[in-house]
Design a protein around this ligand. Structure first.
Ligand code: BGC
Length: 247
């Protein structure tokens, strides 16, 4: 069975047809830069273009980079404040015509890794952290998702959100060396490890390809694994979420 998966990110919107039995992409993925300002209309138009690109008429799974409750966006996150209060799935359905299942982007990436990747068959507490424009989180207990955690918004000792201090966008914005960024990541993951005592931490998002460059800087006693699907985990997990929703 195939489902179109879309991952809305702060810099790019990526889509691919996903084989939801195997977790593999069935065709090359397509990426369109995230329009700025990233208003609801601008993003919905990109979603429509992606659906057209794949000539897709079936249901669509979409990972969205903000807090969603019962489909309603509770904050504009790194996109635009106009998203607040919008029913994201309904907007995309009205623009593109297909049925949409919309979930938080980090929850989507976590679902992919728990089904096919670094978290497969892992019991206990598994935390997926995505490092990209923002910091996203997904928490699983014995494989079951606790949705809508926002651990990127934990505060550091200066009272500043860790997302602003340690996301991949902070590294780029402040032109941090791997060493300096690694130190910040160490502080973030030590704090997370202390408050959650997870059994495994999976790191994904835009920085997942480079995990080997900084993983040794994070000195905690909990195992850390890179996302096996790297940055495609968000697309794959979004399609999986649509599969579960259509059951
Ligand atoms: C948002 C999260 C999202 C993360 C990664 C954060 O700013 O609050 O909902 O998962 O960015 O995109």
């Amino acid at each position: 069975m195939e489902i179109l998966g879309i991952d809305v990110g702060g810099t790019g919107i990526k889509a691919a047809i996903v084989n939801v039995e195997t977790g593999e992409l069935s065709a090359d993925r397509k990426r369109i830069p995230t329009p700025r300002p990233a208003t609801p209309d601008a993003i919905a138009n990109v979603i429509k273009k992606l659906v057209k690109h794949f000539h897709w008429e079936g249901s669509v799974g979409c990972g969205f980079p903000a807090l969603l409750k019962n489909g309603i966006c509770l904050s504009g996150g790194n996109l635009h404040e106009d998203w607040k209060g919008i029913n994201v799935g309904e907007l995309f359905k009205n623009t593109a015509g297909n049925k949409f299942t919309v979930v938080n982007d980090a929850d989507a990436a976590g679902i992919a890794e728990m089904n096919f990747g670094a978290g497969k068959d892992k019991n206990g507490v598994v935390i997926m952290i995505t490092l990209g424009t923002g910091i996203g989180s997904a928490v699983f207990l014995d494989g079951k998702l606790l949705p809508n955690t926002e651990f990127g918004h934990l505060l550091n000792r200066h009272g500043e959100s860790f997302e602003i201090y340690a996301a991949d966008s902070a590294r780029k914005r402040e032109k941090l060396s791997q060493k300096k960024w690694g130190k910040r990541l160490h502080k973030y993951f030590s704090h997370l490890n202390f408050i959650m005592s997870p059994d495994l931490i999976i790191i994904g998002g835009g920085a997942s390809k480079r995990v080997h460059k900084f993983i040794h800087k994070i000195e905690i006693d909990t195992p850390i694994a890179p996302a096996q699907a790297e940055n495609d985990a968000g697309i794959i997990g979004a399609a999986m979420a649509a599969k579960f929703n259509n059951k």
